[in-house]
Design a protein around this ligand. Structure first.
Ligand code: 1CP
Length: 343
């Protein structure tokens, strides 16, 4: 028998009062789980996300194992790019690697348009399966144009984004065409996920903190406004997340998003003190998951106390779980958050 649907996460996204603070974790499905590592022996990363039954199983795993209040679809921000002409592989120990990086106007014009029904039917199918199986909301997601560009221009993960920013500054027309293509892809992909049954969506702009406020306004804010304005018409909550992006929060607060995800560098209290009035999500440093339990608990309590000062707060990490974290630590943490915030 199915459990009653747990809508605490969705209520928090809408700034409604909740019986406790909801929690989910970025990268909650991944190599820190023995079950994931077992499955990964049988399938490649993309096979795991593109065989609907396997994708659904991996997506459900942390919900069962940790007791979190939301599931996040098991895929990658790079997944849709393969279908518009980007040749990419996830290389062990490196991450996404691109064989044909995008540098010129011709490269950009060769990128196709995404049609989720034709290109990603298996992901839409996984969402439908999950909707029958899950008793918590399912979060769909996509990468934001700058963060996607940082991979397809550099060709692999980068620390300084010289090529990406070089393109942005030296060929603004090519840059804007690339932002438009990737922005349209993000909108189409997320609308497809929502139509298939995703209850909320998160846009990952992980590397956007590399830009200052001025360049964000000039080169990125217009495409983000376009994306969020389009997504607003669907009525589902939209989360915008970035790392090291505390200096952009005032800009983000002006965008039509519901929830802002922040990392550990900016406290919940200081964000609110600066007038950020969106729902906030975050922001335990994932490295703290390696600390003794008493310290994890203390830092979590401090974050929760700040979060609970006003309605509209969702607990998460400031970035994803990494492989050396113990499943038991996250189980204890999830129970602690639920217990401590019960009202
Ligand atoms: O070898 C493996 O098993 C693959 C490792 C892996 C996993 C588990 C990759 C490669 N992607 C994923 C899943 C993934 N990626 C999810 C699944 C849902 C969940 O959270 O449980 C999500 C939401 C992502 C999003 C993602 N991929 C982001 C944004 C968030 C973040 O973590 O910063 C980024 C930047 C990526 C790129 C990527 N894909 C994979 C890796 C190792 C990376 C990062 C490489 C880098 O440092 O640039």
């Amino acid at each position: 028998m199915n459990k009653p649907f747990n809508d605490v996460f969705l209520k928090a996204c809408r700034k409604e009062r909740t019986p406790y603070i909801p929690v989910w974790y970025m990268r909650q499905a991944g190599r820190y789980q023995p079950e994931y590592r077992e499955m990964r022996k049988k399938y490649s990363f993309f096979e795991m996300s593109e065989i609907p039954e396997v994708c659904a199983e991996v997506t459900r795993l942390p919900v069962k194992q940790l007791g979190v209040d939301a599931a996040i679809l098991f895929a990658d921000i790079m997944t849709p790019l393969k279908h518009i002409g980007v040749q990419l592989e996830i290389k062990p120990g490196i991450g996404p690697v691109i064989e044909n990086p995008i540098h010129t106007e011709q490269d950009v014009s060769r990128l196709g348009e995404l049609d989720p029904q034709t290109h990603l039917p298996t992901i839409l199918e996984a969402i439908k399966i999950l909707n029958q199986q899950l008793s918590v909301p399912l979060i769909g997601f996509a990468g934001a144009p700058f963060t996607l560009a940082s991979y397809i221009v550099e060709g692999q993960p980068s620390k300084n984004y010289h090529k990406t920013k070089g393109l942005m500054y030296s060929a603004p027309d090519v840059w804007n065409a690339l932002m438009k293509k990737l922005g349209d892809l993000t909108v189409t992909y997320l609308k497809g996920q929502i139509a298939a049954g995703a209850h909320a969506v998160q846009v990952f702009d992980s590397w956007i903190g590399a830009l200052n406020e001025q360049d964000y306004k000039i080169y990125v804010a217009p495409v983000m406004r376009h994306i969020f304005t389009e997504l607003k018409t669907t009525g589902v909550p939209v989360i915008y997340f970035g790392i090291g992006a505390g200096h952009l929060l005032e800009e983000w607060n002006r965008l039509p998003v519901d929830v802002i995800g922040i990392d550990w560098r900016t406290s919940i209290r200081s964000a609110r003190g600066r007038g950020i009035d969106k729902v906030l999500q975050g922001n335990l440093d994932p490295s703290l998951l390696l600390a003794p339990w008493e310290l994890i608990k203390q830092r979590t309590r401090e974050i929760l106390d700040q979060g609970m000062e006003e309605p509209g707060y969702i607990f998460n990490l400031g970035h994803g779980i990494f492989p050396s974290v113990k499943v038991e630590t996250l189980q204890k943490l999830t129970s602690f958050i639920h217990e401590y915030t019960k009202r």
